[in-house]
Design a protein around this ligand. Structure first.
Ligand code: C5P
Length: 221
């Protein structure tokens, strides 16, 4: 049987990465976390002191950056210029700034190109915001995963497990703000592809969500 590509999009904290990783493992496919790529670029720009308004410097920097995704024991690792940046990319600082860099054309063009290359051989489960609409419009299975903002904030809160000083209410605000920025940007905004399957996971557990997606893939593989 031929391999297919699976695109999973949706707002922040919907549980896309956990689910996408499990779907990939069930199908023996490769999992690509595109959010990690935007986060890694953001972390690098912040460290180098390159602001999102310095368009020329952002453009130059994107031209020279070497970005690699490596499947690791604890999920996927991201390397920037051969440096493992994985431990830094989930910080609140990166989370609060990432949308400002993700809206920039040189950032999106470069990362989408890398993402398309990774999916050329098919057999990829890719999660993000614009996978079904822009990166892999020909993916056989497209899922738009969502959940209420309260539920998404609660999931993130549990995931952080007290590691960061942040209240549930603040998390909810941060998530809602990031969604607004991602939905309103000019280039490939967060939007449900018309031919995607809408999966509201508010009252589903992870196992049910994975099953729903895998069963749609079984129609092809
Ligand atoms: O998926 P995650 O929450 O890690 O994504 C972090 C941010 O990266 C998003 O809020 C969005 O600004 C950006 N992103 C994007 N396009 C993607 C994946 C992520 O713009 N395909």
């Amino acid at each position: 049987q031929d391999r297919i590509n699976v695109a999973i999009d949706g707002p922040a904290g919907a549980g896309k990465s956990t689910v996408a990783r499990m779907v990939a493992s069930r199908l023996s496919y490769i999992y690509v976390d595109t959010g990690a790529m935007y986060r890694a670029v953001t972390w690098y720009m912040l460290r180098e002191g390159i602001g999102p308004d310095d368009h020329e410097l952002v453009r130059q920097t994107m031209r020279n950056l070497v970005i690699e995704l490596v499947p690791g024991a604890e999920g996927q690792q991201v390397y920037i210029n051969s440096e493992d940046v994985t431990p830094h990319i989930r910080s609140l600082q990166v989370s609060s700034q990432v949308s400002q860099y993700a809206k920039l054309e040189p950032v999106r063009t470069r990362l989408s190109q890398l993402q398309r290359e990774m999916a050329l051989g098919r057999g990829v489960v890719m999660d993000g915001r614009d996978i079904g609409t822009t990166v892999l419009p020909d993916a056989e299975v497209k899922i738009f995963m969502t959940a209420s903002v309260e539920e998404r904030a609660l999931r993130r809160f549990k995931e952080l497990g007290g590691k960061e000083q942040i209240s549930l209410e603040q998390l909810e605000n941060d998530i809602a703000k990031r969604d607004r920025l991602d939905e309103s940007r000019e280039i490939s905004p967060l939007r449900r592809a018309e031919d995607s399957f809408l999966l509201d996971t508010t009252s589903m557990d992870i196992g049910q969500v994975v099953e729903a997606i895998v069963s749609r893939c079984r129609a092809y593989v």
